[in-house]
Design a protein around this ligand. Structure first.
Ligand code: ZN
Length: 284
């Protein structure tokens, strides 16, 4: 199976003009659908000895981040800002099938909102207003930072392992509150005896991963609104095993999974997000 990146310098693809947040989110959801489709084709080819057609991906110098004319830097005009995790399995431009200059990316373990991250985000929202249409928090399944916070929550006696590293502790501390909230949601929906469930730890990690993205989006929404009143923040989670983005865990009965959900704004919104996440996780 051949995957070919093809450049035709005489018929360049137009640089996308994105006029609204809806358009930006649709473009990113479509990009992930293309990536997922490519992954499925490759997996299908690996599982079969049949001959498979080649896949041609058109690119231009601009989509690779370089100008058409040597020596002239393209202007910086991303249409989306994404706060994601540093996990090496989640290269955001790849999983969303984005070209260079489409997304302004900030990556930090656990997609937590530290001061330096916030500085980068403030810079982008203040200085890239003319092109920026949306802000996204992207968590991912199997997140090591969230798993570490869950393990500290479940076994506080292990805390000395990170207690002497201020940097590591500050990362886990930011996620611990969400883990506590995820545990409360599990107990509310499943029952107080959920802690004796054989998959309790995994349920807690999975719930906390979605909740962590939602909580960070909530915090970021307040920050971003103070700079730009009409900029909305959304969240999503990249499922590493399925190569797809969804705002809630997969539901086989759902025809079209929701790629992005708005940042929760109040206690009622959080309650609703937690209920949907937990009810889908315990369905499996
Ligand atoms: Zn992670």
């Amino acid at each position: 199976m051949d995957i070919i990146y093809r450049v035709d310098p005489h018929a360049p693809l137009a640089t996308p003009q994105i006029h609204s947040a809806e358009e930006a989110l649709k473009k990113l959801a479509d990009g992930n659908a293309r990536f997922h489709s490519l992954v499925c084709k490759v997996q299908g080819a690996a599982a079969s000895s049949d001959k498979h057609p080649e896949v041609i991906i058109p690119v231009t110098p601009i989509s690779l981040g370089v100008p058409f004319v040597s020596g002239v830097a393209p202007s910086h005009n991303p249409y989306a800002l994404i706060l994601g995790c540093s996990d090496a399995r989640v290269p955001l431009e790849s999983v969303l099938d984005c070209a260079a200059n489409e997304v302004f990316v900030v990556r930090v373990a656990g997609n937590v909102l530290g001061v330096e991250c916030l500085g980068s985000i403030d810079y982008a929202v203040c200085n890239l207003k003319s092109s920026l249409r949306t802000v996204i928090v992207m968590g991912h399944t199997g997140c090591g930072a969230v798993s570490a916070a869950v393990d500290i929550y479940l076994t506080p006696s292990d805390f000395p392992g990170i207690a002497f590293s201020h940097a590591l502790r500050s990362l886990v501390d930011r996620i611990l509150l969400t883990v506590r909230g995820a545990d409360r949601a599990l107990k509310r929906i499943v029952g107080d005896d959920v802690s004796s469930h054989p998959n309790y730890r995994q349920l807690l990690i999975d719930t906390a991963i979605y909740m962590n993205a939602a909580v960070t989006a909530h915090d970021l929404q307040r920050e971003v609104r103070s700079i730009c009143e009409d900029m909305n923040v959304v969240y999503s989670v990249y499922d590493v095993a399925h190569a797809q983005i969804t705002a809630y865990p997969f539901d086989r009965e759902e025809a079209q999974p929701l790629a992005f959900a708005p940042a929760p704004l109040n206690a009622e919104d959080f309650h609703s997000v937690a209920s949907t996440v937990v009810s889908r996780l315990i369905k499996d």
